[in-house]
Design a protein around this ligand. Structure first.
Ligand code: IPE
Ligand code: IPE
Ligand code: MG
Length: 229
């Protein structure tokens, strides 16, 4: 490979449309989409990618119907019940990114237990972004810098980045969005400054390990310039 690829992020979109196409309730799409996280994580780990950062629930997704939100919030526990042992065998490190306070305990606790159990692994870092918003992340970083008494002359790009919740995936090399939408929807804002963007019409539950590899191959052909030439 010519381009170094370390950090990949995915906006896992299209669960609702996947279900609708099949005449199923939206929740069925979320269940299938959640199962797919296992496949793509294993594929990314096998490719030697350092971090995989997945947008699972945004700060705006609370606006959805309560029953849908409740269903989504139960999925992390189920996902970890089904796949945590296998992910541990694959040396995956699990991390939760997002404002934790608003997450129900039945969502937060199993992920925090998985964080503790996988902290010493040395495989891919799987960042699960739940109740995450890029703008919120920036505001929280600024608040914390002020609380820490950081002085104006001490503020640099590196220091600021270190205050971000999603510091461990900075910078994102490749951002993938499924489902045909071509927007960022308040996902990682700072971290995607020079990301390559990859959009596919595939709906997230249909997005396979092969599709993921195709995105990586496509990334490999890009000429990254970072403002130089
Ligand atoms: C992505 O799928 C999952 C979440 C945002 C939680 P959607 O639920 O947004 O699916 P579409 O966009 O309605 O198809
Ligand atoms: C982005 O998808 C959030 C996640 C995939 C978790 P949305 O479906 O919420 O985004 P919009 O509403 O199409 O911008
Ligand atoms: Mg959507």
């Amino acid at each position: 490979m010519t381009n170094q690829i370390k950090n990949v992020a995915v906006i896992m979109d299209g669960n609702g449309r996947w279900a609708k196409k099949k005449g199923l309730p939206r929740t069925a799409g979320h269940l299938q989409g959640t199962k797919n996280i296992r496949n793509i994580t294993i594929a990314a780990n096998d490719l030697g990618i350092k971090s995989l950062t997945l947008y699972a629930f945004s700060t705006e997704n609370w606006k959805r119907e309560q029953s849908e939100v409740e269903y989504i919030m139960k999925l992390p526990a189920q996902f970890l019940d089904d796949y945590l042992e296998e992910l541990i065998e694959n040396n995956v490190v699990i991390k939760l990114i997002g404002e934790r306070d608003r997450l129900p305990e039945y969502t937060r606790k199993p992920i925090e237990e998985a964080e503790a159990r996988t902290a010493h692994n040395n495989g891919i870092i799987l960042n699960l972004c739940l109740n995450y918003g890029g703008q919120r992340e920036i505001v929280l970083a600024v608040k914390q810098m002020i609380a820490d008494g950081v002085k104006e002359e001490e503020v640099t790009e590196d220091l600021f980045a270190s205050y971000l919740m999603a510091a461990n995936c900075n910078p994102i090399d490749l951002l993938i969005r499924t489902s045909g939408e071509q927007r960022i929807s308040n996902f990682l804002l700072w971290q995607i400054a020079y990301s390559e963007l990859y959009f596919t019409d595939k709906l997230w539950p249909d997005f396979t390990a092969e599709d993921f590899k195709e995105a990586i191959l496509n990334f490999d052909k890009r000429e990254r310039r970072f403002g130089g030439r």
